[in-house]
Design a binder for this molecule. Structure first.
Ligand SMILES: Cc1cc2nc3c(=O)[nH]c(=O)nc-3n(C[C@H](O)[C@H](O)[C@H](O)COP(=O)(O)O)c2cc1C
Length: 174
């Protein structure tokens, strides 16, 4: 049995990537980890849009950057792949399930030696006309799905960042 705590403690957000694409078989493992995440009442309705087409990754990264007020910034930090997570708008645990899927994928990426980072503004990015067009191209109905957030993945360009010390006083017991 591998000690998953080592993976959880070793995972760091990576914000600088090499251009090399992520091999498809590794992306498949990350996606599989997402599919095995717990979901409310095991509904398994959260979906993942895997984007590796460079032009589409970059345009979504720039849309996301614009939404954070940084026009012209690629909010995906040059990562070669993004896994965008969406849930049906009418799912009562849409956001929770999406976050569960994201966490699994981040940790699987770390276990495979890949860099990754959770990127926010998934809801807003798929409310833009350009974001909605990306969904339509993938066969996803933008009226039916809520963007949750994104996982960017790639090979880290540079050393692994240090973990911030953990804040005290966050565990309570009875
Ligand atoms: C809900 C959520 C949203 C986040 N959004 C972003 C983001 O938009 N851009 C970014 O660079 N990092 C983002 N992060 C990553 C956090 O900044 C990062 O997890 C935190 O600084 C701790 O660093 P670590 O992941 O290396 O432990 C997000 C993390 C979470 C959980």
């Amino acid at each position: 049995m591998c000690d998953i705590l080592n993976v959880l403690m070793g995972r760091r957000s990576v914000r600088k990537y090499r251009k090399d694409p992520v091999p498809e078989e590794l992306l498949e493992k990350i996606l599989e980890a997402g599919l095995y995440a717990p979901t409310g009442m095991n509904r398994q309705q959260t979906i993942i849009l895997k984007i590796t087409d460079p032009d589409t990754v970059r345009s979504l990264g720039f849309i996301n950057g614009r939404l954070m007020g940084s026009e012209g910034m690629d909010a995906f930090y040059g990562a070669p792949a993004v896994l965008a997570v969406l849930s049906p708008k009418d799912d009562p645990t849409a956001v929770e399930d999406g976050c569960s899927v994201i966490a699994n994928m981040l940790n699987e990426a770390a276990s495979l030696g890949l860099g990754s980072c959770w990127i926010h503004r998934g809801k807003k990015q798929f409310e833009t006309p350009e974001g909605q067009e990306i969904l339509r191209r993938a066969g996803i109905d933008p009226d039916a799905y809520l963007g949750i957030d994104n996982v960017i993945v790639g090979y880290a360009d540079g050393p692994q960042p240090e973990a911030a010390p953990r804040k005290e006083g966050r565990i309570f017991s009875l």
